[in-house]
Design a protein around this ligand. Sequence first.
Ligand SMILES: NC(=O)C1=CN([C@@H]2O[C@H](COP(=O)(O)OP(=O)(O)OC[C@H]3O[C@@H](n4cnc5c(N)ncnc54)[C@H](OP(=O)(O)O)[C@@H]3O)[C@@H](O)[C@H]2O)C=CC1
Ligand SMILES: Nc1nc(=O)c2c([nH]1)NC[C@@H]1CN(c3ccc(C(=O)N[C@@H](CCC(=O)O)C(=O)O)cc3)C=[N+]21
Ligand SMILES: [Mg+2]
Length: 290
Amino acid sequence: MATLLDGKATKDAVFAELEPRVSALAEQDVVPGLATVLVGDDPASQNYVRSKHRDCAAVGVRSISRELPADVSQAQLEAVIDELNADPACSGYIVQLPLPEHIDTGAVLARIDPAKDADGLAPSSLGRLVLGEPAPLPCTPRGIIELLRRYDIPLAGAHVAVVGRGITVGRALGLLLTRKSENATVTLCHTGTRDVAAETRRADIVVAAAGVPHLVTPDHVKSGAVVLDVGVSRVDGVLTGDVAPGVAEVAAYLSPNPGGVGPMTRAMLLTNVVEAAERARGQVLASRGA
Ligand SMILES: NC(=O)C1=CN([C@@H]2O[C@H](COP(=O)(O)OP(=O)(O)OC[C@H]3O[C@@H](n4cnc5c(N)ncnc54)[C@H](OP(=O)(O)O)[C@@H]3O)[C@@H](O)[C@H]2O)C=CC1
Ligand SMILES: Nc1nc(=O)c2c([nH]1)NC[C@@H]1CN(c3ccc(C(=O)N[C@@H](CCC(=O)O)C(=O)O)cc3)C=[N+]21
Ligand SMILES: [Mg+2]
């Protein structure tokens, strides 16, 4: 049976390492603040946002909540973005995605002050990632890499097959993994891929980030491979990942869902906020690989 990559325990370890950094800021009268912008009343989104506020309390980060109705106008939402950009109590913030259909998501993300982009999903942050310049990193891909690192799973030279080219996970993960500092070789799969199973079977590491319940079955996975289950769906109300249960019998390591990449995403969000507060203090900008 596969060894489980415990994202919950690893998140707790990351939080414990953030605490002295938060204390050091407190000694300089700086309290990092994370704001969340939630539009509409989707229960899953409300749940994610609530857990981010719990995380803030655990680490000593102030949390700021902005909740807007589903029929909020583009101008009203952009006014909230402008407020957060100007608010010195807010070190960083996220706009919970997806936004309602009538909202221009790109325009909202482009309006985020790059210094306060806690998600790493603003166009300037993604552009800087492509260019190899320092910028806040997208939380889920950063969390995946951090989880592998803490289990001593090597990326250099590894072949990683990523299923899904969404901006939040797959596309951004490919950008991070192919940096010189990671040196992985990446195959990005999507709905145009002729034979997804053939691509994933060749991989040392498989990242399932399509949002299709149990898409990755045991015949998708090479014996001894590492599998990360990122996709989230609800099947009859039950949280269901992209990885079918039998994969645990083929893989050497498996990140479960829940309990794997989700908590790591939150750990990296808090890390991004603490780093934003440190930068705002003129402290060292953690160097990222080019
Ligand atoms: N656990 C966590 O922390 C997080 C989990 N998630 C989850 O991860 C998943 C991916 O999110 P996101 O990056 O936003 O991606 P999107 O939901 O935007 O896109 C999904 C991607 O999967 C691809 N895809 C869909 N079906 C198949 C298939 N049958 N075979 C191959 N590829 C397929 C799509 O291909 P195409 O481009 O061709 O349409 C698309 O590229 C979602 O389920 C999301 O809920 C997201 C963020 C955090
Ligand atoms: N701007 C933006 N940034 C995001 O990072 C973002 C987003 N929008 N929209 C939605 C997705 C999804 N996402 C998750 C975060 C944590 C868990 C998580 O911690 N899940 C728990 C389980 C939670 C449960 O039981 O419901 C776990 O995996 O153990 C899951 C999913 C972040 N997203
Ligand atoms: Mg999505």
